[in-house]
Every structure is written in structure tokens, then in C-alpha cells.
Design a protein around this ligand. Structure first.
Ligand code: ZN
Length: 493
């Protein structure tokens, strides 16, 4: 059997000013995406969808072709040139012939020309091969369209957020597809969505209602459904189908697929208020963190989340207002990961390790979609260290892969260490601090530009977590607001 395995993965934040070009989909942010043996070597055995697909294909003794593995951190609409390059690699390989196709897609890709990037890819694949069986693994933050479901043979999505079951999701999708080819299993899918945008900060699977929804989906799988996927959706996209959806696949039982789908959609609708996030003013959150940090404790640091500027939701990773507030309120013994600012890294390199430097940090990427601005912070500090910024991921999410922060410099201002990085990434592995000589468990405060994924690596080492609503393109519109809500008076807020 000849199986093609490919990745085309992007969560597009249509409000993000960060450019999504081909280099962003490529190793080290340069050149073109990897493929073939290099990709196989990089992903085999890793906690990723590619890792899961490779295991299934190798166990089946299949001949494997990997035309492209293209994944980029979330950012703005994917440039046409990048999309055409990636899609063409996959479509060309399929046109050469194969028995099955395993696709690692995200399910929220918007391009300059297509609001449903995955659907467009599947349409092109079906143009050259209407019949090839296709397995699709999707992120829980997928925004679903008809063609993603209608043109694939089986769809499976993650059950966890933080995403620690990517390997298992692809394994499930791949195995169902092989059962279809070899044993005549007939995946029959029903999908639907609800008119609701769950807030990302309320989507974690440790929290209700998503915890119960995912548990019920897994129970349905144990009871005989092939794959049951609850997608909380990605709200930072101005597209028609952003939001909550469900796909249920049964073995040739359309009635059951519809029934299970409706049960999950109904339950999510009943619980919809729990998906709303309550904001707190920034000064208040930082003051709360400061008080927590002042109490004597040996139970680990207080963790501060600068969550509205999260790279893994499309953030610029360079807004400064939470950092400014933390410095203004005088929090001591804090390590922060971090600010994206390659120019500042260069200034610090030129100054040299151990030397004092004055620089303008962050706030450099304009955010026209927000109509609010983050400003650079003028800081004077000491260059503590400069690193190449690469370390092996050891947590359950992406284990075995390399995290690449780009050249990273640490600026020490008083007792605050600020990591300044040259690549966008979400700090979810404590290794990000250790890679630059900071032991996270020994600090009074840690601050991260992260929202839910931090839980995999940081929750157990932090004694308290304080969510700080800063500034960034992961901010949802303020609510209530007319006409999205029924607002009675102008003073309702
Ligand atoms: Zn996700």
C-alpha cells in the first residue's frame, strides 16, 4: 500500500498583523517547508499528528511519501504564494497516484484568497483524484466548513486543550481509514455548528463545560462511534463559519451519527454561558499577583499570564502593557518569557553580555484591526545572556520536537529578567527558561505570553495563576455590545 502523509497547518487570526509567508512554514523561519526523509526523521515518534500518522503507516508496512510538512505559528491570512506552494506539493503527489492520504490539517486556515483553506485543498485533491480515501486530523480550534467534512473520508479532532493527544488523534484517523480500505468499514459523518463563539480562555478541557463535552464524545467512541469530535472553534477570525461545531462518524449508521451530533450541539448550547470569559482590569490583576507573591511560600512561583497577546492565537508577542504594569507596581524576582523583538536582540548583541544597555522594547508591530496601540517600553538594564534559543521539547505537547525561539537575549532590569526572542512561539515548556540559564521554580514570579497551553508544563510548578488581560489581537470585542447583544441603555457598561 502506498500512503501519502502531509501537513498543512495554520490557525489564522484574521486580525493579526503578523505576516504568514512561506518562510514562516519552514524550519527556522527560512527557506521552504521540509519533506521526504528529513520530515520522517524529524517527526517519527514525536507527540504530534505527523508522529501518529507515521506510526500507523509504518505498522501497516506501507510505502510512505511525504510531499510537504508545513506548519506555522498562528498569524494573519496566509499569503497566496505560500498557500499555492504547499497545496501544489500535496496535489501533485496525489496526482502521481496513491492508495490513501493522511492529512494533518488544522481546520482554521484562511488565505488571502480563500476563507476555507482546507476545503480549497480538498477540492483540488478531488479534482485530480475523486476516490482516494482521505483521513483528516484537525485541531480542537478548527472552524468547520462543509467541504472539510464532505470531501474527506474520515475526520477526527483532538479531545484535549492543552493539546496533548495530537498523536492519538492522527492514530485514530489513520487506523479508521485503513479499516475502511482493508476491512470495508464505512465511515458515515454528520456535522453541524452552533451560533456561538466560545472564548479561548474558557475552552480548556480541565474546565467545564468543555471537560464534560469531550468526555461524552470519548464515551460515544467507546460505545461504537468511529470518531466523535467537538470543536470549540477559533474566534479570532472574521469568517462565516467561525465557532463551535461537532462531527460524528459512525460505521454506516447515518441516523446514529445525526443523533449523537445533535446531543452534543444541544448540550453545548445549554451550557453556552459558561463559555463566556469575565474580564478584570489589568491593574487589579497585577495588584492581586503582587500580594500573592508577597506571602511567604516555598510552593513555587506565582504565574502571571499575559494572555491577550498569545502567539498560539496569532498574537504579535510584542505588546508591552502587562510588562509595564508589572514594572510600575514593583514586582520583584520575576522572569518573563517574553517579548518578540529581533531589533532589540541585535542592540543587546552589539552591547555585549554583562554590559548595560538602554533600548526601546516591543510595541513595534502596529495592530490596525484593534484600533488600539501598544507602545515600546524604554528600558535600561544589563544584558545577562545571549543564546541561540533552541531546546528540545520535553513536555507532553510536541515531545521530541525542537522549540526554536530564535536568537534570544535576556535583559535584566532590577530583579526582573526579560527574555527577548527573535521568533514567535508560545512559551509552554519550562525549558524555555532553562535554555537561558533561568531556573523557573526558584523565582517568585513567572510571567508568560500564554493562555491555556501553559498548563501542560507550568501548572504543577506554580502555586497560583493570575490571568492578566493585556493588549493584543487575541482580545475579543467588549461585550455586551449592540447589535451583537440586546443592550438596554448607553450606560449599560
Ligand atoms: Zn488549537
Amino acid at each position: 500500500m502506498h500512503i501519502i502523509i502531509a501537513q498543512m497547518s495554520h490557525e489564522t487570526n484574521t486580525y493579526s498583523p503578523v505576516i504568514s509567508d512561506l518562510a514562516r512554514f519552514s524550519p527556522g523561519g527560512k527557506g521552504t517547508p521540509i519533506a521526504g526523509d528529513a520530515a520522517r526523521e524529524m517527526f517519527r515518534g514525536t507527540a504530534s499528528c505527523m508522529g501518529g500518522y507515521l506510526m500507523v503507516a509504518e505498522a501497516a508496512g506501507a510505502q510512505i511519501t511525504i510531499p510537504v510538512v508545513a506548519g506555522a505559528p498562528p498569524s494573519g491570512a496566509v499569503e497566496d504564494q505560500a498557500y499555492e506552494y504547499i497545496a501544489e506539493k500535496i496535489v501533485h503527489a496525489v496526482a502521481q497516484g496513491c492508495d490513501a492520504l493522511f492529512l494533518d490539517l488544522h481546520g482554521a486556515m484562511v488565505t488571502s484568497s480563500h476563507e476555507d483553506g482546507e476545503g480549497e485543498l480538498l477540492r483540488r485533491i478531488r479534482d485530480v483524484n475523486p476516490d482516494v480515501p482521505i483521513a483528516v486530523a484537525l485541531d480542537m480550534h478548527a472552524n468547520l466548513y462543509d467541504d472539510i467534512v464532505g470531501l474527506s473520508t474520515i475526520v477526527a479532532g483532538y479531545h484535549t486543550y492543552p493539546h496533548i493527544d495530537m498523536y492519538e488523534t492522527a492514530e485514530l484517523a489513520g487506523k479508521i481509514l485503513l479499516e475502511h480500505i482493508v476491512n470495508g468499514v464505512k465511515p458515515t459523518m454528520a456535522w453541524g455548528n452552533n451560533p456561538m463563539l466560545p472564548h479561548i480562555m474558557r475552552q480548556g478541557t480541565d474546565d467545564q463545560p468543555n471537560r464534560a463535552l469531550q468526555a461524552r464524545a470519548q464515551e460515544m467512541e467507546r460505545d461504537g462511534a468511529l470518531a466523535v469530535s467537538v470543536f470549540t472553534g477559533f474566534p479570532h477570525a472574521d469568517i462565516t463559519q467561525a465557532g463551535f461545531s461537532v462531527v460524528v462518524a459512525t460505521d454506516n449508521d447515518p441516523e446514529l451519527a445525526h443523533q449523537l451530533r445533535d446531543e452534543l450541539l444541544d448540550e453545548a448550547w445549554v451550557q453556552r454561558k459558561q463559555f463566556v470569559y469575565q474580564l478584570e482590569p489589568l491593574e487589579q490583576s497585577v495588584a492581586k499577583a503582587r500580594l500573592l507573591g508577597e506571602s511567604q511560600s516555598d510552593e513555587g512561583p506565582v504565574l502571571i499570564l499575559d494572555h491577550y497577546d498569545n502567539t498560539a492565537s496569532g498574537g504579535t508577542m510584542d505588546t508591552t502593557n502587562v510588562l509595564a504594569e508589572v514594572l510600575a507596581q514593583g514586582l520583584e524576582d520575576l522572569a518573563f518569557c517574553g517579548i518578540y523583538d529581533p531589533d532589540a536582540v541585535k542592540v543587546m548583541r552589539d552591547a555585549g553580555v554583562g554590559n548595560e544597555v538602554s533600548l526601546s522594547l516591543g510595541g513595534k508591530l502596529a495592530m490596525p484591526a484593534l484600533q488600539r496601540h501598544s507602545h515600546p517600553l524604554n528600558l535600561t538594564g544589563r544584558v545577562r545572556l545571549i543564546s541561540e534559543g533552541r531546546f528540545p521539547t520535553t513536555i507532553a505537547m510536541g515531545r521530541g520536537l525542537i522549540t526554536d525561539m530564535g536568537v534570544t537575549a535576556v535583559l535584566t532590569v532590577g530583579t526582573v529578567d526579560i527574555m527577548v526572542v527573535s521568533r514567535h512561539f508560545e512559551p509552554v515548556d519550562p525549558g524555555c527558561f532553562r535554555a537561558v540559564g533561568i531556573e523557573p521554580t526558584e523565582r517568585r514570579f513567572l510571567m508568560l505570553k500564554s493562555r491555556i497551553h501553559y498548563r501542560v508544563g507550568f501548572r504543577d510548578l506554580a502555586r497560583e495563576v493570575v490571568e492578566c488581560a493585556g493588549l493584543g489581537v487575541c482580545t475579543n470585542v467588549r461585550r455586551p455590545i449592540y447589535p451583537l447583544d440586546n443592550v438596554a441603555t448607553r450606560q449599560s457598561l
